[in-house]
Design a protein around this ligand. Sequence first.
Ligand SMILES: Cc1ncc(COP(=O)(O)O)c(C=O)c1O
Length: 448
Amino acid sequence: MSAATPLHPDHRAAELRAWWMPFTHNRYFKAAPRIIASAKGAYFTLDDGRRLFDCLSGLWCSPLGHSHPRVVEAVQRQVETLDFAPSFQMGHEGAFTLATRIAALAGRPDDRVFFVNSGSEAVDTALKIAVAYHRQRGDAARTRIIGRERGYHGVGMGGISVGGMVANRKMFASLMIPGVDHLPHTYNPAEMRFSKGQPDWGVHLVEELERLVALHDASTIAAVIVEPMQGSTGVLVPPKGYLKRLREICTKHGILLIFDEVITGFGRLGTPFGADYFDVQPDLTTFAKAVNNATVPLGGVIVRDDIHQAFMTGPEHMIEFFHGYTYSAHPLAVAAAHATLDVMQDEKLIARAAELAPVLERALHTLQGEPHVIDIRNLGLAGAVELAPIAGKPGLRAIQAFENALNQGQMVRFSGEILAVAPPFISTVAEVEGMVEGIRRALRALPA
Ligand SMILES: Cc1ncc(COP(=O)(O)O)c(C=O)c1O
């Protein structure tokens, strides 16, 4: 069967068998599959012809909408010119110019960029750089990493170790990297339920870092890694002042601060990076997803110049950092990134995300009082609606809401009891408001 052959309904059971789908209820899905056939702009089309608004920009990764003609053209041109180039001991021009461009967009033009293929790889790369940096400086005891409860940093061994989502960790306890500790998460429904934007309550929770420093001693801690806004765990927004104070404590103790900006990078909060939104600069920034509108896998780490410089020792013919991937800076991914950044710039899409943010906030919070809604949170062009679980059947309520939303032409994301939305930056006001009305109808159609 060629890749383009549509699945015939009679053959589905057999044909759906082999693909073990990621982060999916495989048996439930395959009993009633939802097959995406195509995508254009802010809409997916299923193989049964249904058209769905892409409420989460793919998986937080396609802010331009799908198949933007300039991205398509750039990738087509690239595949004909240079389909692959090794990045070990060789290089291609687009990768150098893209690195320069990303550092400039981050407002850190002297910094360096290490390319990888996913958010998970970006995180593991950043952890390695942090630990190796201290060793390069003769501070080799600094190996400990501090993550945060409910953090999501992908599924590599480093990422699940510093991450704080129990389902992603509990199966793999023996594989965790040693010497990791966690800050508490900042979510307290009693104090912050239905907050709009950053909650007023909770800045004191960052002082837990001082407790961990007192426990482990700063001389053993290499880095702290946090998402500026915790996305995958359901849009947990940092309390006012939290990230600034986190920066102060890290600086005071010589601990590197890593912002995992895989979701917040490239405009989701209406600024180029989350660091700009919160006015707090980390030492290392991981990115992926929206950097090239997810057209071809690409991720990376932005590294402060002096951290990079610490590696530039020893004979010049020697490799300085023994790390990298076959597909680091893949030419197709790089071409897609240049085109994506061109479009973001020419169509002023980051400013557009900032304009749509209050539209989303206003609309989403009108869902307060709808059936089973126990919290609503939002920041930038991202929001979450948390539902009360069905007794004894955790997760089922959100699945039902998700399926009802599909019937309303809305493809939201569900995770646990939470519905998440982060519409494409190209969305119209009517589409954002229509998305929320679709969710409202989906909630009203839930069983009592
Ligand atoms: C903050 C963060 N880090 C890392 C990742 C992992 O990215 P990937 O799925 O590309 O490995 C994600 C994915 O959602 C993420 O949200």
